[in-house]
Design a binder for this molecule. Structure first.
Ligand SMILES: *Cc1c(COP(=O)(O)O)cnc(C)c1O
Length: 395
C-alpha cells in the first residue's frame, strides 16, 4: 500500500508516466528496474524501531519495494490517493466491494458485469446479508430510481467485456455523489490510459491487471485505486483480509506496464481495423465495438474515452453451431481461451443470455468475442478469411 503523498506525475502524460513512475534506480544500485524482493520477515535494528514500526517496510504482507513500485506507478496513472495490489482481478473486485458493505446493505450492479463478479454477489455477498439488484447498463441518471435507503454502492463496468454496452459514468456519478453512495468501476478494458474513472466522479477504480498491465498472458494480478474519500476504507479491508500479491507476479506487472502505451496503441489500431473489416463481411450481422459509429454507445465513448483496446465482439448471421466450430477449430493464429490483454490474438464463442437478469440479451445469431493481438493485421485477416470459408463449407 502506498502513501498519499502528492505524485510528481500529475502533470505528466501517460506515455511518460508508464515509463518513469515507480522507478527508483538510485535505491537499486543504479539498475533501471526494481528487482523482485521476496520476503516475509523484515528485520528491525532496535526494540524502539520494532515497536514504533519506524521503517518503510515492516512485513512481507504489508508490502515490499517491488509491490510499492507498481502501486506507486498505478496510483499515478489512475490519479488516486491509494492503490492496492491483489492476487487476481476478481480479488480486486471482491475486495473493493467488501471494503464498503455490511449486513443489511443493498448494492447496485450492472447487468453487463463480468460473470464471476455476479457469482460473488450471488454467493458470498448474499450469505453476508447484502442484497444485489442488477440494473440496465444503459440506465444513466435513472439509476436514482433504484436507490433504496440501504443502498451503499453502485458497481459499473464500461464497456461490458462481452456485450460492450457503454455506461454513462458521469450521469451515474452525479447520482451517487448526491445520494452519498460509493461508485466503483471495473476499468479493465480501457486501462487508465484511455479512461480515468476517478476524473469522472468514480471513487474506486479496479483493473484485472492480468489483462493489459501484465500484457503477456503470464501472470494473475489485480489492482484497486481509491480517491481520498475512499482510501481509508480500502486500506482497512486490505489489512483485514490479508490481501497481498505475489512477488514475481508484481514484477511481471511492472515489466508489462513499461510497454503498456505502445502495446495499447497497436491493439487499438488493429482492433479497429479488424472491426471495420468484419463489419463489411456478409457473414456478420453486427460488430460490437464502441469506437465504431454504428455502436449504440459510440457517443458516450467519443465523449469520455481517448482510445479503445483490442477486445470487441461480433454477432454472426444465423448459422448452425457446427459451422461456427468449423470456422474456429481451424484457425492458425487466433487462440481459443479465456482471458485477454496479452500480445496474442484470441477468439471465443460466448452466450451472455444465461446470466442476464435485468435486461434481455437476444443477438440475431451466434456471438464471438475477439482479442486482436500484435501480429500482422493482414495475416490475421487471412486467418479469418479462411475461417469464413470453412464456415460456409459447413453450412
Ligand atoms: C478477466 C477480468 C476480470 C478478472 O480478472 P482475473 O485476473 O482473471 O481474476 C475482471 N473483470 C474483467 C472485465 C475481466 O475481463
Amino acid at each position: 500500500m502506498t502513501n498519499r503523498e502528492d505524485t510528481p506525475f500529475k502533470a505528466r502524460k501517460p506515455a511518460t508516466t508508464v515509463i518513469h513512475a515507480g522507478r527508483k534506480p538510485a535505491q537499486n544500485h543504479g539498475f533501471v528496474n526494481t528487482p523482485v524482493y521476496r520476503g516475509s520477515t523484515v528485520l528491525f535494528p532496535t526494540v524502539a524501531a520494532l515497536e514504533g514500526r519506524h521503517q518503510p517496510f515492516t512485513y512481507g504482507r504489508h508490502g515490499t519495494p517491488t509491490v510499492a513500485a507498481l502501486e506507486d506507478a498505478l496510483r499515478s496513472l489512475d490519479g488516486g490517493a491509494v492503490t492496492v495490489l491483489t492476487s487476481s482481478g476478481l480479488e480486486a473486485i471482491t475486495l473493493a466491494i467488501l471494503a464498503f458493505v455490511e449486513t443489511g446493505d443493498h448494492v447496485l450492479v450492472t447487468d453487463s458485469v463480468y460473470q464471476p463478479t455476479r457469482r460473488f454477489c450471488e454467493t458470498l455477498l448474499k450469505r453476508l446479508g447484502v442484497e444485489t439488484t442488477y440494473y440496465d447498463p444503459l440506465v444513466g441518471a435513472r439509476i436514482a430510481d433504484l436507490v433504496r435507503p440501504n443502498t451503499r454502492l453502485v458497481l459499473t463496468e464500461s464497456p461490458g467485456s462481452q456485450t460492450f454496452e457503454m455506461q454513462d459514468i458521469p450521469a451515474i456519478a452525479a447520482v451517487t455523489r448526491d445520494r452519498g453512495l460509493w461508485l466503483l468501476m471495473d476499468n479493465t478494458w480501457a486501462t487508465p490510459l484511455y479512461f480515468r474513472p476517478l476524473d469522472h466522479g468514480v471513487d474506486v477504480t479496479i483493473q484485472a491487471a492480468t489483462k493489459y498491465i501484465v500484457g503477456h498472458a503470464d501472470a494473475m494480478l489485480g489492482t484497486v485505486t481509491a480517491n481520498t474519500r475512499a482510501a481509508r476504507h480500502l486500506e482497512r479491508a486490505k489489512e483485514a483480509l490479508g490481501v497481498c500479491p505475489g512477488s514475481e507476479e508484481t514484477f511481471l506487472g511492472l515489466r508489462g506496464l513499461r510497454t503498456l502505451d505502445v502495446r495499447l496503441e497497436r491493439h487499438n489500431r488493429q482492433a479497429l481495423e479488424m472491426a471495420r473489416w468484419l463489419e463489411a463481411r456478409p457473414e456478420v450481422a453486427a460488430v460490437l465495438h464502441p469506437a465504431l459509429p454504428s455502436h449504440p454507445g459510440h457517443a458516450i465513448f467519443a465523449r469520455d474515452f481517448s482510445g479503445a483496446s483490442g477486445l470487441f465482439s461480433v454477432v454472426l448471421n444465423p448459422v448452425p453451431k457446427t459451422a461456427v466450430a468449423a470456422m474456429l477449430d481451424g484457425l492458425a493464429l487466433f487462440g481459443m481461451g479465456f482471458s485477454w490483454g496479452g500480445y496474442e490474438s484470441l477468439v471465443i464463442p460466448f452466450d451472455a443470455k444465461p446470466y442476464r437478469t435485468a435486461t434481455a440479451w437476444n443477438p440475431a445469431g451466434p456471438t464471438l468475442r475477439f482479442h486482436i493481438g500484435l501480429e500482422s493485421i493482414e495475416e490475421l485477416k487471412s486467418d479469418l478469411e479462411a475461417g469464413f470459408a470453412r464456415l460456409h463449407a459447413a453450412t
